[in-house]
Structure formats: C-alpha cells, structure tokens
Design a protein around this ligand. Structure first.
Ligand code: UDP
Length: 382
C-alpha cells in the first residue's frame, strides 16, 4: 500500500514526504503522535487573530538561497529581522552584545577605550565567542568579557541548561556571539523572514498531495514493531519492506536499549494581556531576573490589529522520559557517545533512515533541518 513510512510530521518528515510524493510519485504514510502537523513549528491564530507559535518562538533565517527558494514554493514571506533585548541591571539592551550594547552599559570614556581595543583586535562585523573573549589578557577586554559572561551568559545558561557556559558545547553559547558591530539584529543571515500565514500553512501545503496519507494521534509504537535482534521493522503486524524514515527520538525508537539520552524541556506559559503592546521587542531575555529565560510577544513577529497582545514565558526544566517534550538535545561528551551507539545500531537496519533534530540529536535550526531532509532525499531515496 505504501512505499515509505515516515514517523513525524515536522520539517524533516514533511519535506521528505513532499519530495517522495512529488518527485518520485510514490506513496507515503506519515505517522504523527500529535493531533497536528508541523512539529514544534506549529502555529495557530487565537480568538483575537494573533498568531501564536505553540512551542516557542520560531524565526526563520538562512544563508542558503536554495533552502529559502524551496520553502518559497509553500509560502509568501514577510521580511522580518529579529531583535532581542536583554534585561540587565534594570535596562533593556540589545543582544547579541554588540557595540551599541557596550555604550549602554559602560560609561562613555570606558566604552570608547574598549571599542578601540576591540577594533584593534578584531575586524568590524566579526563575531567573537564569549569563551574566546574570556581568554583576553588586556585588562579592559577582560573586564568586558567578565561583564558579558556574568550578566548575559552565566545565569541564563544555568536556567536554560542547568550548567555553566563552559560545561556545554561551545556551539550552544556560540549561537549568540559578541558582535563587533553596530548591527542590533539577532541573526545576520541573508534571508530573514516569517511566513505570511504562519508555519502550519507551509506544512499543510507540503502534505496536500494524493500520494501522502497522514495518521495523526498515533504513536508509532501503536502500529509498528522494531525487531532489534533481526533488524526488521513491522507495520500492522507485517514486515515492512519499504523505507522507513524516523524523525523522532532515536533512544525511544530503540526502546532505550542503551539508556535514555538527556534532553532539556520547557514549561511554556501563554498570557493574554489587555494592552496594544507589552514590550519593546519580539523577545526580551531575562538572564539574571525571574524564573523564566525570556518573554516572546507574538504581535512583534506577526503584526495584527488588536487591542490585546499575547506573551509567552519559557521556564526551562529537566526532561522526564516519556512525560515532557524533548525541546533540546543536551550536549555533553557522554551523551554524544551514547548517541553514537544508537546510530551504529541504526546502521544495521537496511531500510531505516534517521533525520531531524531528535533523530540526529543535534541543535538544528529550521533551515538546517530542511537542508538535511533534502539531502537525505537526494542521496538516500532517489
Ligand atoms: N544565551 C545566554 N544568554 C542570552 C541568550 C543566549 O546565555 O541572553 C546562551 C544560552 O546558553 C542559550 C544559548 O546561548 O541556550 C543559545 O541561545 P539561543 O537564543 O540561540 O537559544 P534558542 O532560541 O535556540 O532557545
């Protein structure tokens, strides 16, 4: 009946399904545990017409023209340059920390001296990781590094990961480098935009094809069995000989055979506020105050006429297997080793392909996932 089974209707699963249906003209079944498509990119309009990102803010940005062009087949875009402020010592200042931030948090004479030293050391528009800046020997640069480390990274990272910045992979804090520039934008990619009608519509259009069938509200374990001994996959009691593309948690797929991988989860709290606007920017980070890490106000991302506004507070927490949503893979040496064991096990399955943030156990952005899904299709399925 089906040539392919895909588990998960997020970007990885949906892009691969769309390609199989349109390019190969073959039949695919998507099995999705939630009652909606789109994975964590899912969004919806509330009763006031405000578009809400159900699983936290998603801001599309990419340097890959081909990925922007590919997604443009499924949506029109509003150009949107994301800006983030951080609440530090009673002031809201631009993040990533940049030359504008420098002048807002230090007295002018000191800020000037630091700027001069930074520009002697790094070129204008360059990006410096906090853990690199911390190695500077010059007294002024040291002062700057310690300030940023303590006021921006230390407590935010403790809340977000339960760890110190130096105890997580440098690529995590490296997502928000110090920017030697006057540019206040959160991202500097060539393409920055949000889908005019939201992300869910992208997925609806991708999956709207007679070759694609969708089984919502279905945990893959209800319809599939994995024979770890003989490396075979069964669907509704019969061996499935077509390709299986799994985009969920790799440890769950293999029944936690080697133990559970660590993830980080969040409690998300939505509030409707009786005001036109609540805050000055789409996202305000609270590194040192409050239990939440940040507040997102959706009207800044998708402007709409309304006397009300909706905000989202994110409270990070430890992930409990099977109970919480595994928003982020946790980067530590031990967890990478464990992941590699699962990956090796998966290689023994002839017809199994893994793709996506959870299956690859990587901190992918949306464009990374779309890119990988297109590569998986081109290299593994065509
Ligand atoms: N980070 C921080 N302070 C900030 C912003 C970010 O310490 O004000 C660190 C923190 O460790 C965080 C990481 O940088 O997990 C990546 O931040 P990003 O905004 O990219 O996180 P995401 O939007 O993916 O949750």
């Amino acid at each position: 009946m089906f040539d392919y089974l895909i588990i998960g209707a997020g970007f990885a699963g949906s892009v691969i399904a769309e390609r199989i249906a349109n390019v190969l003209n073959e039949k695919v079944l998507i099995i999705e545990k939630r009652n909606h498509i789109g994975g964590n990119c899912y969004d919806y309009k509330d009763k006031n017409g405000i578009l809400i990102h159900k699983y936290g803010p998603h801001l599309f940005h990419t340097d890959y023209k081909e990925i922007f062009d590919y997604l443009s087949n499924f949506t029109d875009w509003h150009i949107y340059h994301h800006r983030v402020l951080a609440f530090i010592d009673g002031k809201k200042v631009p993040i990533p920390f940049n030359l504008n931030t420098l002048y807002m948090v230090f007295p002018e004479i000191l800020a000037r001296r630091i700027e001069e030293k930074l520009l002697n050391r790094y070129s204008y528009n360059s990006k410096v990781l906090i853990l690199e800046l911390k190695k500077e020997e010059d007294e002024d640069l040291k002062l700057l590094a310690n300030y940023i480390y303590e006021k921006v990274f230390l407590n935010y990272t403790a809340k977000q990961w339960g760890l110190k910045p130096e105890d997580i992979e440098p690529e995590v804090t490296g997502r928000v480098p110090i920017y030697i520039s006057r540019d206040d934008r959160y991202f500097t990619d060539r393409y920055q935009a949000v889908p005019v009608e939201g992300y869910a519509k992208i997925f609806e259009r991708m999956l709207n094809h007679p070759n694609i069938k969708l089984m919502l509200n279905t945990d893959f374990k209800e319809v599939m069995e994995i024979d770890l001994e003989n490396k075979k996959i069964y669907f509704l009691g019969q061996e499935f000989k077509g390709k299986v593309i799994f985009t969920g948690m790799i440890d769950e797929f293999f029944e936690y055979k080697f133990g559970a991988l660590p993830y980080r989860s969040l409690d998300l709290k939505l509030e409707t506020v009786e005001k036109d606007y609540f805050q000055e920017a789409a996202v305000v980070n609270y590194p040192n105050d409050c239990d939440f890490t940040r507040i997102t106000e959706f009207k800044h991302i998708h402007p709409v006429e309304s006397k009300k506004t909706v905000i989202l507070k994110e409270y990070p927490k430890a992930y409990q297997t099977g109970k919480d949503i595994p928003y982020y893979p946790m980067f530590k040496e031990e967890s990478k080793e464990l992941y590699n064991k699962y990956r090796e096990l998966s290689n023994g399955f002839e017809n199994l392909i893994l793709a996506g943030r959870l299956a690859d156990y990587r901190y992918y952005d949306m464009d990374d996932i779309v890119k990988i899904a297109l590569e998986v299709f081109e290299e593994g399925l065509r």
